[in-house]
Design a protein around this ligand. Structure first.
Ligand SMILES: N[C@@H](Cc1c[nH]c[nH+]1)C(=O)O
Length: 391
């Protein structure tokens, strides 16, 4: 019995108990209503796809991927994120829709992770993808929608770091780095390893770029940072990236969300598919990002239907954890009315409950006859506000 798994749940999964599940649904409903009000339409894709689909999109197959075989020995994969399935769906099923596609999803995704609070192997994402638009107007909309969705989810206190994949790519090219050297630099950035970056600067970065690479962990700041950096790079790719960010920022100001934004030009997201602006949102209660996204202009092409695209996903479980740590996610479920009945009155009780529900009340009905005293006790046990006694 002791090593039986029958009463356990798999590593990295969790039960969401009554009460919490209700709050989670309310939160997701608010986020979904907000997506709808910005013109986004819901799409639902399979929980698993062929692993090839994730290899092709740039999301990647790695040790984190949860894979298994179908009966024909083809490798399937539990979706590790939702951008890939949506891009696959648009490229294959919405090919003839030449307009800008605005889609949203609320879905569970799966990754093998070292678990801790805020990091599980199965978690819920609410996100949007905008496919078919490349202008700064699209990226600004995505940023503004991220802000308004975080607010709709109930968060007030959060910040968004904005970077640009092409800025980093440009300076790596300008420095003439091999793929291996570029990977080394990226790993050092991701692990916040200043010593490693110093080593790179000494070993293989050209003289005029050494200081910029040494500073890679500290390229954070407000709008001024973009002007400063313009003076520090020469390659067109990075300059264009900075120009792009300035244009996006200007529109973010028009949206009234600029106060949530700061720049971090060394921001690297954990997917290879990003090509332009990238961003992550942080809340003070939790050490992981609660939202992430960016532009991915090559994924649709990989699926045979070239189109620019941008989007983001909110980490619902992390948002809930932030709210909980703030003491704002701890309500017990309650119902309005407990219908109790005296012996022989069950039909009348059923009638009463139906009427009350038609009138908009949440109602529980007793399953056996009760005295009025027993009814008061049962009402409390059932977390109902009031008794309707049918006698
Ligand atoms: N799929 C990304 C978020 C994203 C949506 N669109 C672009 N990026 C993630 O899981 O973090």
């Amino acid at each position: 019995m002791s090593n039986s798994t029958a009463l356990r749940i798999p590593y990295g999964t969790k039960d969401i108990l009554p009460g919490d599940a209700r709050l989670k649904r309310e939160l997701e409903d608010r986020v979904a209503a907000n997506f709808l009000s910005w013109g986004y339409d819901e799409a639902i894709t399979p929980t698993f796809e062929y692993a090839d689909t994730f290899a092709l999109s740039g999301a990647g197959i790695s040790d984190e991927s949860m894979r298994f075989m179908d009966r024909n020995n083809r490798t399937l994969m539990l979706r590790s994120e939702m951008t890939t399935p949506l891009a696959r769906m648009v490229a294959t099923r919405l090919k003839n829709d030449k307009g800008v596609k605005r889609l949203f999803y609320i879905a569970n995704v799966f990754r093998h992770e070292q678990t801790q609070a805020g990091r599980q192997c199965e978690f819920s994402q609410a996100g949007i993808e905008m496919i078919g638009a490349e202008a700064p107007m699209a990226d600004a909309e995505v940023l503004a929608l991220a802000v308004s969705s975080l607010k709709a989810a109930g968060l007030q206190d959060f910040l968004i770091s904005v970077g640009h994949s092409a800025f980093l790519a440009g300076i790596m090219e300008e420095a003439g780095l091999t793929e291996k050297q570029a990977d080394f630099v990226k790993t050092m950035i991701l692990s916040h390893n200043a010593v490693g970056l110093e080593e790179a600067a000494v070993r293989f970065i050209p003289k005029d770029l050494k200081d910029l690479f040494r500073d890679l962990l500290y390229l954070q700041g407000g709008r001024d940072l973009l002007d400063d950096l313009e003076g520090r790079v020469k390659n067109q790719k990075s300059l264009d990236a900075l120009k792009n960010l300035k244009a996006i920022y200007k529109l973010a100001e028009a949206y009234g969300v600029a106060q949530y934004l700061s720049f971090d030009l060394s921001l690297i997201r954990n997917f290879d598919y990003y090509t332009g602006m990238v961003f992550e949102a942080y809340a003070p209660q939790i050490g992981f990002n609660i939202c992430g996204g960016g532009r991915y202009d090559h994924m649709m092409e990989a699926f045979g239907d070239p189109e620019p695209a941008t989007g983001f996903a909110l980490g619902i479980d992390r948002i809930i954890l932030s709210l909980r740590r703030d003491g704002r996610f701890n309500r017990e479920s309650k119902w309005d009315i407990y219908v109790a009945w005296a012996p022989g009155c069950q039909e009348k009780a059923i009638q009463k409950a139906l009427e009350l529900r038609n009138g908009g009340k949440n109602v529980k009905v007793a399953t056996n006859a009760l005295t009025p005293e027993e009814a008061a006790k049962a009402c409390a046990e059932n977390r109902c506000e009031a008794v309707a006694y049918v006698g």
